[in-house]
Ligand binder design. Structure first.
Ligand code: R5P
Length: 297
């Protein structure tokens, strides 16, 4: 059978790419990437490409990945590919959405324009939209869609924890926490966070009674882990019965995963947007639904 759609994966996104292709009932090809000793990448495309490529790759560690994406997309177009959909469950460079100090580059729109020049559509999950409301304000592609994993996260919590208290660590998390809690009529709160540096944050918990409660901290991203670490400590001091953490995107840089586990948290869970041993919530169904919804557009 000749397929008009083909999922293209990368070595580290093999599992997610194959699951997406299965959900879309189309073939999947995982690209061969060779890294030369000097750090350059050689990308090898398959000999036969479908008309519509669905490239599946989260853009954590983005600097190398963006160059490989550029090579892949440009070569695919040269080989007659007519439509490219980028499925990047985690999207990079969205946090620098304003200039905070003179001369600082506002990278979200620049990287957004780079992506829009390569692909026709971008699909992501829980994009970090803070000072902008919609993803297309950063990525001027034909379609730029940020899906919410909120319903999946909410179902996951509701199935595992009786009467949880859902807590967001900062004002930016309110959008996710509120959606999760309201969907399942769960109690929730949002803490106040001050970021003093890349690896230094201060958290002030909302004034709630935590004694004996099963608290689930929910955030879009865990990176250095400082946000979650600084929220876990006062919750323990306030007598929470258990503390679990659930994130959409498990970046877990440096030794953050070990440090969080050492606090004695009951569980650390994530979606499979980025491969990590905390992955507990597959996104393939959600992502495939969005690809198919765009297919007719
Ligand atoms: C920031 O506003 C995000 O929502 C996350 O809270 C943040 O990126 C987590 O970073 P880290 O793990 O380094 O504290």
């Amino acid at each position: 059978m000749v397929h008009s759609m083909q999922v293209i994966g990368f070595p580290e996104s093999r599992r997610q790419s194959e699951a997406l292709a299965q959900a879309l009932r189309c073939p999947c090809h995982v690209l061969d990437i060779h890294h030369f000793p000097d750090g350059e990448s050689r990308v090898t495309l398959p000999s036969s490409l479908a008309e519509h490529l669905v490239i599946c790759r989260s853009l954590d560690h983005p600097n190398d990945k963006l160059v490989e994406l550029l090579l892949c997309c440009k070569a695919a177009r040269q080989n007659g590919v007519r439509r490219i959909t980028l499925v990047a469950p985690y999207l990079c460079y969205l946090r620098q959405d304003a200039c905070f100090h003179p001369g600082e580059v506002v990278s979200n729109r620049i990287i957004g324009e780079f992506l829009a020049a390569l692909v026709d559509e971008v699909i992501t999950v829980d994009a970090h939209l803070h000072r902008i409301q919609r993803l297309e304000q950063a990525i001027p592609a034909r379609q730029a869609i940020s899906l919410s994993a909120g319903a999946l996260l909410g179902d996951f919590i509701a199935q595992r924890i009786k009467q949880p208290l859902v807590l967001g660590p900062d004002s930016e998390s309110r959008q996710w926490v509120q959606a999760i809690a309201q969907g399942h009529h769960l109690e929730y709160g949002v803490a106040d966070k001050q970021r003093l540096g890349d690896r230094q944050v201060e958290i002030r918990l909302p004034d709630l009674d935590y004694a004996g409660r099963h608290v689930v901290l929910v955030d879009d991203v865990v990176s250095t882990g400082q946000t979650l670490l600084q929220a876990v400590r006062p919750l323990q001091a306030a007598g929470a019965a258990s503390i679990s953490c659930l994130v959409s995107h498990a970046l877990f840089v440096e030794d953050s995963y070990r440090r969080l586990k050492e606090t004695g948290v009951a569980a650390l869970w994530s979606t499979d947007s980025i491969s990590h041993e905390t992955n507990a919530i597959p996104l393939a169904g959600l992502l495939a639904g969005a690809v198919l919804a765009l297919e007719g557009s």
